[in-house]
Design a protein around this ligand. Structure first.
Ligand code: FAD
Length: 299
């Protein structure tokens, strides 16, 4: 189904565009130089304006949510960064429709407090709905796709299209959106009543807090898990926990977390990523692929 309403188009509110905004303030790593331009979109209409404007003026752009899976370059981004802060939420009888900028973690907590099961795993994943659908974020045996019904997507040409879950080619930390241009505006998740949802969510969150360095600046897991193994286990077995480069450090708590320990630069993090990759290849014959999205200055 395609919905297209050209009357939505109104002039971009230039006052909402910031110049040279420090990207370290828009990501969980607290790393990154200035964005040439940065616009925070609070509504679908605003987001659409920014996107159409960027396209019309041939601007380089990226869309981010909470920046919890991004590593920005030390020089920043030579284009427009659109921050999705669309926070609408509508609870229905057996589903919830949530704006792309809403917190995935908060959704997980709220759903389970209301007695719905399925989204417990989201609590503790500090991304937005848009970023979590894009990444097919997951924890334990569950992934975003497992509770998703459909996604509202804004194409670069201004068309809005609804995609049913089965059309989205989900796999491990992968969705069709990683091959498309546009923005996830909202997502609909299935809700199922359960008596122990809250207890399950609290246990999962407590486990995460115990086993991951939550108090430090990070992007979560840096590497995708290799087939049949865990990147954290592998990094631990290579004796790399605690290794530092500049202000970056391989967490002592979890080997797959590289934390911004002391004003790390993006180069410090990238150096550690490359070093771990060389060690994993050389000593275990395993190619470790980054899960974190490095955003170069001139992408
Ligand atoms: C402490 C910590 C723990 C974490 N634990 C987990 C975990 O257990 N499981 C897990 O899977 N991940 C985890 N992560 C990583 C991260 O939270 C997820 O990948 C999250 O889903 C990313 O969402 P985001 O809004 O922060 O995306 P961003 O970092 O803002 O963006 C990530 C990518 O998605 C794209 N994107 C973002 N929003 C949109 C949109 N609306 N439309 C189109 N594209 C978009 C961006 O362009 C970028 O390429 C963790 C991170 C941290 C810091």
């Amino acid at each position: 189904m395609i919905i297209f309403d050209p009357s939505w188009y109104i002039k971009v509110k230039k006052s909402q565009v910031q110049f040279k905004a420090p990207l370290k303030d828009y990501c969980t790593y607290a790393i990154g130089g200035p964005a040439k331009e940065l616009a925070v979109a609070l509504t679908k209409e605003e987001l659409r304006e920014y996107l159409i404007d960027a396209k019309r003026l041939n601007k380089k752009y990226i869309v981010i949510g909470k920046g919890s899976n991004c590593l920005f370059d030390d020089r920043g981004f030579n284009g427009l960064v659109i921050v999705n802060r669309i926070q609408d939420i509508e609870w229905k009888e057996s589903s919830v429709v949530v704006g792309g900028g809403y917190s995935f973690s908060l959704l997980g907590i709220q759903a389970s407090r209301k007695g719905y099961t399925g989204l417990e795993f989201a609590s503790g994943i500090p991304g937005s709905i848009g970023g979590s659908v894009y990444m097919n974020a997951g924890s334990g045996d569950l992934e975003t796709k497992d509770v998703l019904e459909e996604v509202e997507f804004l194409h670069e040409d201004g068309r809005i299209e609804i995609y049913k879950r089965d059309a989205l080619q989900f796999s491990y930390r992968m969705s069709i959106f990683q091959k498309m241009k546009g923005v996830i505006l909202s997502a609909t998740f299935r809700l199922k009543l359960s008596l122990d949802a809250k207890e399950k969510q609290e246990k999962l969150l407590a486990y995460r807090m115990e086993t991951q360095p939550y108090k430090e600046r990070s992007c979560g897991c840096v590497f995708r898990n290799p087939e049949g193994d865990s990147a954290g286990r592998l990094i631990d077995s290579l004796g790399l926990k605690g290794l530092t480069q500049g202000g970056a450090k391989i967490s002592e708590t979890h080997g797959n977390f590289i934390v911004n320990h002391n004003q790390a630069s993006a180069e410090d993090i990238l150096d550690l990523i490359r070093y771990v990759q060389i060690k994993a290849k050389h000593h275990a014959g395993i190619v470790l692929e980054p899960e974190v999205k490095y955003i170069p200055f001139d992408e």
